[in-house]
Design a protein around this ligand. Sequence first.
Ligand code: NAP
Length: 451
Amino acid sequence: MSTFQGDERIEALHAQILERNPGEREFHQAVGEVLETLAPVLRQRPEFVEARLIERICEPERQIIFRVPWTDDAGDIHVNRGFRVEFNSALGPYKGGLRFHPTVNLGIVKFLGFEQIFKNALTGLSIGGGKGGSDFDPKGRSDAEVMRFCQSFMTELYRHLGEHTDVPAGDIGVGGREIGYLFGQYRRITNRYEAGVLTGKGTAWGGSQVRTEATGYGVVLFTAEMLRARGRSLEGLRVAVSGSGNVALYAIEKAQQLGATVVTCSDSGGYVVDEKGIDLDLLKQIKEIERGRVADYAERRGGDARYVTTGGVWDVPCDVALPCATQNELTGEDAATLVRNGVIAVAEGANMPTTPEGVRVLQEAGVAFGPGKAANAGGVATSALEMQQNAARESWSFSRTETRLAEVMRDIHDACVQTAERYGRPGDYVVGANIAGFERVAEAMLAQGVI
Ligand code: NAP
């Protein structure tokens, strides 16, 4: 882990956190990335140190781990593990997605929950941070199997949720279908139509317009703001996107709407290069409706589209790179390749997709780098708008909701810029995002006493 700008107190704290949470690699990385930017704040605000805010913010308020038994279509019984880490509620109910993926473990849920605290604070809305999920793999499972899994998962989780307590949403492997099954089971068990208990619902039953699009749209709106600050726009630029899930699809859509040509997408099997620009209707048909693979896209698209299984998506020359798949998918080496190929901006659609070395390489090369806490906050911000609409029993139009999303992304961008400048690091969105998010949570925790 890199040095903490010579602040021994933070280094000691970091060592203590690593020791108290053994084996949680991704959590260690996420904590390290935040702590290394906070030294100047703690020097200016000794009361934060005295109140032991770092120690408290790095310790989840509550961690729930539970058994999820379910039966497959052949009658065989499976046992998965469910998680919900309720990290921080100083600013509002715990808010953050559920991830269903075979790699999910406590360390991954804690890294995601920890990041979520600062991201949610940055939105300026009243939401705390949390995250959850399971090591269940929905890939290849029938709708009936996914439903039985979701019902079993919610049969334990429901007692920890509530519109004023904890409000999950989707993440990897959890989209509209899963949220539907989860909401149905919550409603059945509690006998309450508590719309605000989950976000990402269908628009016919309490969901918000733009929630499906929000994370991907937000990433591109944030990128456009970073470019604007440098006197540029997305018009005519070549964009590389990784992933082909919810975030990737709508990042591609918004980038195309703003005049860019998106030439790649990927999944865990390989990536597609489509020099003419991704045919989004075809990609959506394959991914959202048929639940297929990007290899199918290349085959059906024909022409210049190629499916590649060697190397990685960041080998493809581009002006803008948007990692939208998963953590640590853009390494130092990938960053060096991007820089060599002339990249001018990178914004994280996924959570922590760039390794610390990757971030360093990009920043040292002067690339505009938007960290996930800021760049992908559009999804959770729109979730908060969904909660607002549910509480008021209102339903906003697409354009009204999208306008609010654009305002939130602009505000987050400006808060990052202003905070980075205030701390003598102009143009450093990592410092800006971490400090702006931390300050808001820290003030609330300080005011609310030692809890
Ligand atoms: P998704 O719809 O399930 O899509 C995930 C995509 O990433 C798929 O293309 C998947 O490919 C790929 N992927 C996942 N794990 C991978 C791995 N280990 N190696 C290579 N590719 C992998 O999920 P999503 O909602 O778009 O989420 C993508 C990222 O955005 C995650 O980091 C998530 O935490 C973050 N995020 C999501 C939201 C949101 O609102 N959904 C908000 C903020 C941040 P396969 O199909 O082959 O697995």
